[in-house]
Design a protein around this ligand. Structure first.
Ligand code: SAH
Length: 214
């Protein structure tokens, strides 16, 4: 598991590509410059790690496209020490970006194999997070409320339990739509029963599925 000067060079080019595509939050770009994306991918695919594309990570799932990760993270407006809930741990790449930005991360994965793999792998890179095997639709009632909630799979509807687990003035970012594409949706909690919803362009995610899977 090496992160060489060559990898850093490729990463710098990727960060510039993402910047040209419109990401201007330097905190997000700095975090992206630090996280060695190639180590989150299978050895056979590592040579493509610094392309701005999604790639398979097993269990029919993908590591999201870097631009999409940057876009979601920028919308989330994470501050240091924020308590952040991520739905869809997957490879752990998005969690690592949030940790680099100073967040305290709670992350849920419904695939047992991915959960086990990533909970062992992320700490080996020095990234500490709280890992949970379960259904993200349920959120984490006992750890709520959260400053931020990030859903990294496409949902057909806004998960109600996640809305309830958001702090006042907290932000949730969730891709909403059918299996062909989703609209990036930002939800700000404005009061006990008051939420403001804005829409931010189309993306394609793997689906947010109900229940756990072995
Ligand atoms: N954030 C990940 C992206 C993974 S793709 C990364 O950086 O690599 C989306 C992930 O969401 C998949 O691993 C999928 O298994 C998971 N997922 C889908 N529905 C879920 C649910 N209801 N609860 C938890 N995880 C879910």
């Amino acid at each position: 598991m090496k992160d060489t000067y060559r990898h850093k060079g490729l990463r710098k080019n990727l960060v510039e590509e993402v910047r040209i595509k419109g990401i201007d939050d330097e905190r997000v770009l700095d975090a992206m410059m630090k996280v060695p994306r190639h180590l989150f991918m299978d050895t056979g695919l590592q040579k493509f790690a610094y392309k701005d594309q999604a790639f398979p990570i097993g269990c029919g799932q993908t590591i999201s496209q870097p631009y999409t990760v940057a876009y979601q993270t920028q919308l989330l407006d994470v501050q240091r020490h924020h308590k952040v809930l991520e739905i869809g741990t997957g490879s752990g790449y998005q969690a690592a970006i949030l940790i680099e930005m100073g967040a305290k991360v709670y992350t849920i994965e419904r695939h047992r194999e991915l959960y086990l793999k990533t909970q062992a792998f992320l700490p080996s890179l020095g990234y500490k997070a709280n890992f949970f095997y379960g259904d993200g639709y349920e959120g984490l009632e006992s750890y709520a409320p959260f400053d931020r909630i990030l859903v990294t799979a496409g949902a057909t509807e806004i998960p109600g339990k996640l809305m309830e687990q958001l702090k006042n003035y907290g932000i949730m970012v969730v891709p909403l739509g059918d299996s062909s594409s989703q609209v990036m949706t930002k939800i700000v909690r404005k009061g006990e029963d008051e939420y403001e919803k804005t829409e931010h362009g189309r993306f394609v995610f793997v689906p947010l599925l109900k229940g756990r899977s072995l």
